[in-house]
Ligand binder design. Structure first.
Ligand code: AMP
Length: 418
């Protein structure tokens, strides 16, 4: 027997109500804030990600699904959404539009991670990118949009974690301080952290291994080394958040797993579950568009994992709208009745009535049992007598009342209830 590959999951019909709820609220949120939808390919030139996400990151070093196609192109399934959106922004000349350009996406994301609860090798993200504006006012708006999205779905018990990791002017100073701080502590660090110390010391703050926590907690904080511009930006953002009554936790260890971030980084974390179970996160990436060949263009974005949201909706017992039930179930006995059933169903669907036709050869009792199971509000029963009379027997599935009725009248009745 085949099984879905490790770290992937089928989304079964009974799960779909959560997905529709989340996608619906995501689209509503995007519309309220003026974001237009973009869809990008599931794979791109691998170098798009190595260049933007960064050579020293787990995503690039360990997690990309890399492959060569039959023409020897080096490709990667997308391990995140922002780089593709920025590539599309440049490729389609969106830098000539009024800025900022605001885009949202739904994308499946592929990372070769160690699967566990809420961590998959293929997961799905809803993300938003606002490209072409450097004001901290935009940071505040993107953050409030993310928070409003979570509240709109009925989620509670999450908090906003906030940090600034500076820019290419001030970050090297922080990195140097981290190196100096960590050098004498090397003995106690995990293997990954030893590599991080060489390649990208900022990542040390992100380590989840128990043995590295104490050192990371006491490490030099980026906020203490910000240049004047980054400092002002961060202060203004905090000012806007306070004006909007948005509470936040300043988290000096929040650095995010991708190299392109500058200045503001943030994460939305459930109150229980810690940093590994983040619901979403984002930040500024003021250098990324230029790194991809465009002119210097500030930008900020946010992405959230749909699977994580489903987990939280369930654990918080949030009631989501149920699936649409069929209006009518058609039960039929005999060859002539089957043809009538197919014709009546087609005509009702033309009138926008949802219909399930019983196909096959089961007894009337079994067919009506199925009508109950699928939740149809009424059933039309067609046997030889009804075929002869050109009618159907309409049965109210709630109280069992029946009435003989012409198909045209049935159509009028049911389409008027839509
Ligand atoms: P990131 O692109 O790492 O900033 O992730 C954005 C959001 O996607 C996270 O906050 C999670 O909600 C979700 N996410 C990231 N990685 C995974 C994964 N492997 N499985 C499920 N959800 C994930």
């Amino acid at each position: 027997m085949f099984k879905a590959p490790r770290g992937t999951a089928d989304i079964l019909p009974e799960e779909q109500v959560y997905w529709r709820h989340i996608e619906g609220k995501a689209e509503d949120t995007a519309r309220l804030y003026g974001y237009g939808r973009i869809d990008t390919p599931a794979f791109e030139d691998a170098s798009l990600f190595t260049r933007s996400v960064g050579e020293g990151t787990d995503i690039v070093n360990k997690e990309m699904y890399l492959f060569k196609d039959r023409s020897d192109n080096e490709l990667s399934l997308r391990p995140e959404g922002t780089a593709s959106v920025c590539r599309a922004y440049l490729e389609h000349g969106m830098d000539n539009l009024p800025q900022p350009v605001k885009l949202f996406y739904f994308a499946d994301i592929f990372r070769y991670e160690r699967p566990q609860a809420g961590r998959y090798r293929q997961h799905h993200q809803f993300g938003c990118e606002a490209i072409g504006e450097g004001s901290p006012m935009l940071d505040a708006e993107v953050i409030s949009m993310a928070l409003n999205f979570f509240s709109s779905m009925g989620l509670m018990n999450f908090s906003l974690h906030l940090n600034s990791i500076g820019c290419k002017k001030c970050r090297p100073i922080h990195m140097q301080k981290l190196k100096e701080y960590y050098d004498p502590l090397k003995k106690g660090l995990c293997e990954d952290c030893l590599i991080r110390l060489e390649k990208n010391p900022l990542r040390l703050l992100d380590c989840k291994k128990p043995g590295c926590q104490e050192a990371a907690d006491a490490a030099p904080k980026s906020a203490d080394f910000l240049c004047e511009e980054c400092h002002q930006h961060f202060q203004s953002l905090i000012h806007y958040l306070q004006a909007l009554d948005i509470s936040y936790v300043l988290n000096p260890r929040l650095v995010r797993g991708l190299d392109y971030y500058t200045k503001t980084v943030f994460e939305i974390q459930p109150l229980e579950g810690g940093s590994q179970s983040a619901l979403g996160g984002g930040g500024r990436y003021d250098d990324l568009i230029a790194m991809l060949g465009g002119k210097p263009t500030p930008a900020i974005g946010f992405a959230t994992g749909i699977e994580r949201i489903v987990l939280n909706l369930k654990s918080q017992n949030v009631v989501v709208p149920g699936p649409a039930k069929p209006t009518l179930f058609i039960a039929c006995m005999g060859d002539a009745a089957r043809i009538e059933a197919l014709k009546i169903a087609a005509s009702l669907r033309d009138a926008n009535v949802s219909v399930i036709v019983s196909t096959g050869d089961r007894s009337l009792k079994a067919q009506l049992r199925q009508a109950n199971t699928v939740g149809a509000t009424s059933a039309a029963i067609i046997g030889d007598d009804e075929v002869k009379a050109g009618t159907v027997m309409l049965r109210n599935m709630e109280n069992g009342e029946q009435q003989e009725i012409q198909p045209e009248e049935l159509k009028r009745l049911l389409s008027s209830q839509q």
